[in-house]
Design a binder for this molecule. Structure first.
Ligand code: NAG
Ligand code: NAG
Ligand code: NAG
Ligand code: NAG
Ligand code: NAG
Ligand code: NAG
Ligand code: NAG
Length: 842
């Protein structure tokens, strides 16, 4: 072998093990030690994000994953949704949004790793925690404990999924992207309720997983007693104080909440990025090496996939990528900068043991210093007081509740509370100026008035009030409970109805007479109604409705629902409990049996039309068609004028809607203080409003011609006020001061004598191919106000707008240095900042 080829081999070997090669999402061996996951012999710092494949469309997967990678993620995490993969025992489904293999391969193609949380319990605010309904009807079964029937079914599904992945060579040892797997899920939170059976189940689940021989490590989240070699991991808003149950295991955070889920009837939770970044920085500061955002992209609960009770259709989660796949700014950008900053410290974090330094009350530092170099995290964990700390010969200003990152123990590259990223004006929702609204007022609507009560075709009778889930088997949200009351003369009586959940309509002689509903925290409710009975026979019919099956808590799988007590007060001069009488039942509504949501019924003669569109009408189906607004982006249906129901576009369910259910009027904070410990009730918006008015229609579900829209309205609404919305651009803004750190990407160690002083800059960028088409505000000096409402201060450089325009107009993105060298110095001695507002459009 000649010299040349020998050298070539060395270069080849170098490429094989250089970072660039590793970041390709290809690995062959994955192990762990006390510090980190070890991939092909190297300890790694890994950022991960949850993306649930059925919560968006396969057409969107590559785009969402690309944006995740750009945001600095290394790993995509997902649950596996058993109830959709095995809808009937032994019958499997892996198509469309449920094509798990394709999803894993899309992640692989993007060069990212996968953490597969097989469970099979999924939680995730997903219907029935991801368990198939048929499981419930296996005689003698008990879920999630030592129970032969359950364990057999669970093992069989686990094996199915593992073999599916193996057959496609998707585990790391096979050259695939899966580096980590999960068995069970947050069982430690409920284990107490299962007694000795629970403890034995944990051991069984662990050994069953290991025996599947995936060659990648398994985790159990929120499971202190996870047996070796399973890694117990942390779920929570903060995980810096977490330690695994053995010194041989690394500190892993499987669910760091980027926000919180939304329920009908509740205000919208959000989590300020300063606090989220703080929690992540604290985790890595204190020895963590793998962190996952739950959710990085939340998406949409299409169809009846939402868990319960009363989980909303939007699963936006205030995630860095919003429900529609747009970047949520400044969250996405700020976290990306955080990830880059921590990655600059990677080799010290995985090798050195941190030295803890106290700088005073609530002021601490962790220094990772070894022969290779030094990285430091300086933290102020006080809720209110800013501070200066002296470290390594310098003084550092630390705002309250913030962490500064110094990749060379000298220069601060990032502070979690200092947001210099671009923001989106308004919300990242569709409700702002740069959107197009298509009104459906003048389109021709048709409708179908649904039969009230049971019909002979589908009804059956039974003594007493039946439990709803056992009766419907979740084939429908609806169960009719019907009976009749015979009185000798007209009279007024009180009806008292008690329900375990989730909502119900009362009809007396086919007229709507009452409405009741619970909420996410307590699904039970009562209807107490004064009604008038006619002489003779009166029908009393209750439409009981479910809004997602329970998905969380001990024994959640046997939480019942439906009507359990009906008492008539004043009937036959006494209080009469008619609960145990004979009732007539019907699973599903009339319109469901007619399959009015399906494309095949589009031209059915069942649909009525006329000059007067019925509005404010209970139990009605509406149908129209619309031409989708032009563009490539996602669409939304504004259903603010509707009551409660479900909507379909071209036969695809876009989910349940319930804008008539307003959230409590109080408890919201428009500008939530990020400082101090966060919880899911701390930062809420939209008080006194519907939880959700916009409903996502994926672009791939519409075609260029006419699109069929069908609505099943239960309580009354006005479909003529519905609009189809799409974004036509974005309004963006940013403000950066002369003293802010320069962009993370331009960072050089201070020891590097070649490094010049790098000025901070404003970075603006548009999505979806839009370009910056106007600069509506620009000021260098001391501009006042907040993004979207900037105004000039007392100090103002002249001619700023033309300079910004020159660098930005017509570009998808631009970067403008924040410096007097560029704009001149209008007020020497004062710290100046540059504020810009711009519009992206076609
Ligand atoms: C586990 O995998 C290894 C190599 O991948 C193989 O040699 C072994 O037979 C497998 N064991 C089982 C039980 O499948
Ligand atoms: C890092 O370690 C070196 C060698 O022990 C020491 O000289 C230096 O002061 C340390 N740096 C910090 C910031 O602690
Ligand atoms: C930190 O130091 C700066 C500069 O000396 C000073 O202006 C500021 O007031 C100090 N802040 C605190 C909280 O001590
Ligand atoms: C009930 O069944 C009959 C006979 O199959 C059918 O003609 C009728 O349309 C059905 N009614 C409903 C409400 O489905
Ligand atoms: C529902 O059905 C299951 C299985 O048949 C049974 O064990 C359970 O007791 C029933 N629950 C209720 C509330 O009727
Ligand atoms: C009252 O109506 C119900 C349901 O239609 C029927 O089953 C029942 O026989 C009727 N009773 C009388 C007394 O007419
Ligand atoms: C809708 O109908 C209900 C009762 O049928 C009535 O109380 C309510 O005022 C109506 N609302 C509108 C907006 O017409």
């Amino acid at each position: 072998m000649g010299r040349f080829s020998f050298g070539f081999l060395i270069i080849f070997a170098f490429l094989m093990f250089s970072d660039e090669f590793i970041e390709n999402g290809i690995a062959s061996s994955v192990t762990y030690d006390s510090k980190a996951l070890v991939i092909d012999g190297q300890r790694r710092i890994l950022f991960s994000g949850s993306i649930h494949y059925p919560r968006t469309t396969p057409e969107m997967w590559p785009e969402i994953i690309r944006k995740s990678k750009e945001g600095g993620l290394d790993v995509i995490e997902t649950y596996v949704f058993w109830n959709y993969h095995e809808p009937e025992k032994g019958q499997y489904y892996f198509e469309g949004r449920f094509d798990l293999v394709k999803f894993v391969k899309v992640v692989q193609e993007a060069g990212l790793y996968v953490h597969l949380r097989i469970g099979p319990y999924a939680c995730a605010e997903w219907n029935y925690g991801g368990f198939p309904m048929w499981l419930h009807f296996i005689p003698g079964i008990q879920f999630r404990t030592t129970n032969r029937q359950f364990q057999e079914a669970m093992e069989s599904f686990l094996t199915k999924i593992v073999n599916l992945m193996k057959d496609e060579n998707l585990f790391a040892s096979q050259g695939g992207p899966i580096i980590l797997a999960q068995i069970e899920n947050e069982y430690g939170n409920v284990e107490w309720a299962y007694g000795i059976g629970g403890a034995l189940y944990v051991k069984w689940a662990a050994s069953t997983a290991v025996a599947l021989n995936t060659s990648v490590p398994w985790v159990m989240c929120s499971q202190e007693d996870a047996p070796d070699p399973i890694i117990n991991t942390c779920n929570g808003f903060y995980c810096d104080t977490f330690t695994p149950n053995s010194p041989t295991k690394p500190k892993i955070w499987t669910e760091g909440y980027t926000g919180w889920f939304l329920s009908f009837g509740y205000a919208i939770p959000y989590r300020p990025v300063e606090d989220l970044a703080f929690s992540v920085a604290r985790f890595f500061e204190t020895g963590g090496t793998f962190q996952n955002y739950y959710m990085y992209f939340g998406g949409t609960n299409f169809g009846r996939t939402a868990g319960g009770p009363l989980i909303a259709t939007s699963y936006d989660y205030d995630a860095p990528l919003d429900e529609y796949g747009f970047l949520r700014q400044p969250k996405w950008n700020h976290l990306r900068d955080l990830h880059s900053s921590i990655k600059l410290c990677e080799k010290y974090l995985v090798n050195a043991d941190p030295t803890y330094i106290s700088f005073g009350t609530n002021l601490e530092g962790h220094i990772y210093n070894d022969s290779a170099g030094c990285a430091a995290f300086l933290a102020n964990i006080d809720h209110t007081s800013d501070a200066n700390v002296s470290f390594n010969g310098d003084t550092y200003f630390l705002p309250a509740w913030s962490v500064s990152i110094l990749p060379d123990c000298k220069k601060v590259i990032f502070n979690t509370a200092k947001v210099v990223s671009q923001k989106t004006i308004g919300d990242s929702s569709h409700e702002h100026k740069v959107s197009s609204q298509l009104s459906l007022a003048s389109t021709s609507w048709e409708w179908y008035l649904e039969e009230v009560g049971t019909s002979n075709n589908y009804s059956f009778t039974a003594p007493g009030l039946l439990e709803q889930i056992n009766t419907t088997k979740d084939a429908s949200d609806y169960l009719w409970y019907s009976t009749s009351i015979n009185v000798k003369e007209e009279k007024e009586v009180y009806v008292h109805i008690k329900s375990l959940g989730h909502a119900a309509l009362l009809f007396v002689n086919k007229e709507l007479s009452g409405l009741g509903y619970g909420n996410h925290d307590d699904a039970s409710f009562t209807i107490d109604q004064l009604i008038t009975l006619d002489q003779g026979n009166n029908s009393l019919e209750i439409l009981s409705m479910m809004i997602g099956l329970q998905n969380y808590g001990p024994w959640f799988d046997i939480v019942p629902a439906g009507i359990y007590s009906v008492i008539v007060d004043g009937f036959m001069q006494s209080v009469h409990d008619i609960s145990s009488g004979v009732w007539t039942y019907q699973v599903g509504t009339d319109g469901e049996h007619l399959e009015l949501d399906k494309l095949k019924q589009e031209n059915s003669p069942l649909w009525a039309s006329g000059s007067k569109l019925p509005t404010n009408q209970t139990l009605i189906w509406y149908k129209t068609s619309f031409t989708a607004p032009k563009g490539a982006g996602p669409l939304a249906l504004n259903l603010a004028s509707m009551g409660k129901g479900q909507a379909w576009v071209n036969g695809q369910s876009i989910g349940r809607y319930w804008p008539a259910y307003l959230s409590p009027a109080t408890g919201c904070t428009e500008s939530c203080d990020y400082r101090g410990t966060y919880d899911s009730n701390k930062c809420l918006k939209g008080c006194g409003q519907p939880a959700q008015t916009l409903y996502h229609i994926p672009r791939s579900w519409v075609n260029p011609g006419q699109n069929l829209l069908v609505l099943h309205e239960e309580i009354g609404g006005d479909p003529s006020k519905i609009t189809v919305v799409t974004k036509t651009g974005q309004e963006i803004c940013a403000q950066v001061s002369e003293l802010d750190p320069p962009p993370v990407g331009s960072w050089k160690p201070s020891a590097d004598t070649m490094s010049k002083h790098v000025t901070p800059s404003i970075r603006l960028s548009c999505e979806q191919g839009w370009r910056i088409n106007s600069v509506s505000f620009a000021s260098f000096g001391n501009p006042k106000g907040q993004c979207g409402k900037f105004s000039h201060g007392t100090c103002n450089a002249e001619g700023v707008i033309p300079i910004v325009q020159k660098e930005c107009l017509g570009h998808e993105s631009c970067s403008v240095a924040v410096s007097s060298l560029k704009f001149g110095d209008p007020c020497p001695g004062l710290t100046k900042s540059l504020a810009v507002e711009a519009v992206c459009s076609e």
